[in-house]
Design a protein around this ligand. Structure first.
Ligand code: CTP
Length: 224
């Protein structure tokens, strides 16, 4: 398979030294990229700013903001047959970004934000038989939230995790996830390493891809 993985947070800058972001470490996305590589797939990893070494044998595209990530993923979508959106994309960005450091005296007490595009929703019209896999990191109503996102974003699979559970979520080497697909009962997995979770997700994708009719590659994919 040709697997496009996103990982890490995005940063939404107010000025060259300040940004809005989130707690994503990139570990789950990097584990997915490494697992896909080791299972013999071609992998492109679009990564937000993280403190992890680039995986060998994987093309890494570094991005900063959600708009950068949208551009990088859109450009590579024609190449891939499986998109795994593991990145924690910031939903909002400052309405403007100053080219120079804002001085305290000149700053307002409130930030004006504008919504970022939803990358999965933007790409849904170009899905064309590809597998789209998303993540839902939640603190409450895990299955209802995940099932809502699965339907709204037109996904084949959503990987739901309750980030309040010890050993799950951000900045850990382990995760506790439930695989939620439209056509099957939710499949809860026990606490396991992020690498083992990645292998379970890829095994699901391989089985799903094998059950689908072969996809005609996009003409644009020849250019990549
Ligand atoms: N996602 C995306 N573009 C965004 C935000 C999220 O493609 N702007 C993707 C994430 O990579 C993930 C899935 O959508 O695979 C769910 O992300 P999440 O942040 O949980 O969903 P939201 O729709 O932002 O919902 P909310 O923040 O209200 O929980």
């Amino acid at each position: 398979m040709k697997v496009l993985v996103t990982a890490g947070p995005t940063r939404e800058h107010l000025d060259p030294v300040r940004f809005l972001s989130n707690r994503s470490s990139g570990r789950m996305g990097y584990a997915l990229a490494e697992a896909a590589r080791d299972r013999g797939h071609d992998v492109v990893l679009v990564s937000g700013p993280v403190a992890l070494p680039p995986p060998e044998g994987v093309e890494v595209v570094d991005v900063v903001s959600a708009l950068d990530m949208l551009a990088a993923v859109s450009a590579r979508l024609p190449w891939c047959d499986t998109l795994i959106m593991c990145a924690a994309v910031a939903d909002w960005r400052p309405a403007s970004c100053s080219a120079v450091k804002l001085k305290k005296r000149a700053m307002e007490a409130q930030l004006t934000l504008v919504p970022n595009p939803d990358i999965l929703a933007e790409l849904a019209p170009k899905k064309a038989g590809r597998l789209f896999i998303g993540f839902a990191a939640e603190t409450h109503d895990l299955l209802a939230e995940a099932q809502g996102k699965l339907a709204r974003k037109g996904l084949d699979l959503i990987v739901a995790n309750d980030v309040t559970q010890p050993g799950a979520g951000f900045e850990t080497a382990t995760n506790i996830v439930t695989l939620v697909a439209p056509d099957a009962p939710p499949q809860p997995l026990p606490l396991m390493s992020k690498r083992a979770v990645a292998d379970r997700i890829l095994a699901w994708a391989e089985a799903k891809a094998a059950s689908l009719p072969p996809r005609t590659p996009d003409p644009a994919s020849r250019d990549l």
